[in-house]
Write a protein that binds this ligand. Structure first.
Ligand code: SAM
Length: 255
């Protein structure tokens, strides 16, 4: 018997076969791929990948789903674990991560992928639409914020396609979206800790001007000079600055 969906584990199972196929096609699987799937659930995506890749490791936290996953998908390495606590240190380089991920831990999952970026080439994630919009946002809009800058610093974000909420059971209130995240190989030579503190501080007070939102963190005179040197208006709002602007600002301020 299939257990009831557990809301607290973000269990919205993808039941639309056409969309399952569409996601797998988008992942462009190769015979020598090593895949980590986050939250296989009842195996909707898992079974479509199992015979097409070299290794498939599926990490599921719900004990009630493990037995049937193991017996139905013998070639898949089913791991009973909380993905957020699971050690990825033993994995080889170049893995792909795939998942229709539980919405309640979308941000920590992305943070974990970034932490383990040396091993990951690409992630194909199905997430709530608003979350996808925040990941892919461009400067100037309401979706653009510190999460956007953090993710786009490490990854190229591409929105692939939207998925109607009715494709899932139980059906969530909102639509979802499939996104592709490619790890960047070359990162900027910048003090990342300072950069993300600067960005977070700026967006904490996004209605203020950039100079006022940052004045508690950085000396105002020094900040004014750095903004002027970079050609950024001191009365610009935090969401009007591009990620490159923040990176340049960081480089100017860290001596
Ligand atoms: N992949 C399946 C599908 O598309 O139908 C299930 C997707 S469902 C949105 C999310 C899955 O992630 C559930 O099976 C849930 O139990 C699992 N999950 C929730 N929290 C998890 C965690 N911390 N680690 C691993 N899996 C988790």
């Amino acid at each position: 018997m299939i257990p009831r969906a557990k809301k607290h584990l973000g269990q919205n199972f993808l039941i639309d076969g056409r969309i399952q196929q569409k996601i797998i096609q988008a992942c462009d699987l190769k015979a020598d791929d090593i895949i980590v799937e986050i939250g296989p659930g009842q195996g909707a995506l898992t079974r479509l990948m199992a015979s097409d890749v070299k290794r498939l490791i599926a990490v599921e936290t719900d004990r009630d789903l493990i037995e049937s996953l193991c017996s139905n998908l013998p070639s898949v390495e089913i791991v009973h674990a909380d993905f957020l606590k699971w050690d990825m240190g033993h994995l080889p380089d170049g893995i792909k991560v795939i998942g229709n991920i539980p919405y309640y831990i979308s941000t920590p999952i992305i943070e974990k992928l970034i932490e383990n970026r040396k091993r990951i080439s690409t992630a194909f994630l199905t997430v709530q639409l608003e979350f996808a919009e925040r990941l892919a946002a461009k400067p100037g809009g309401k979706d653009y914020g510190s999460l956007t800058c953090f993710v786009q610093y490490y990854m190229d974000v591409k929105v692939l396609f939207r998925i109607k909420n009715t494709c899932f059971r139980p059906s969530p209130k909102v639509d979802s979206c499939c996104v592709r995240l490619d790890m960047k190989h070359q990162l900027q030579d910048v003090d990342e800790k300072f950069l993300f503190k600067l960005i977070q501080t700026a967006f904490q007070q996004r209605r203020k001007t950039i100079i006022n939102s940052l004045k508690g963190m950085v000396d105002k005179e020094m900040l004014g000079k750095a903004l002027a040197d970079l050609g950024i208006k001191s009365n610009a709002r935090p969401e009007q600055l591009t990620l490159s602007n923040y990176i340049e600002l960081c480089k100017c301020l860290v001596l």
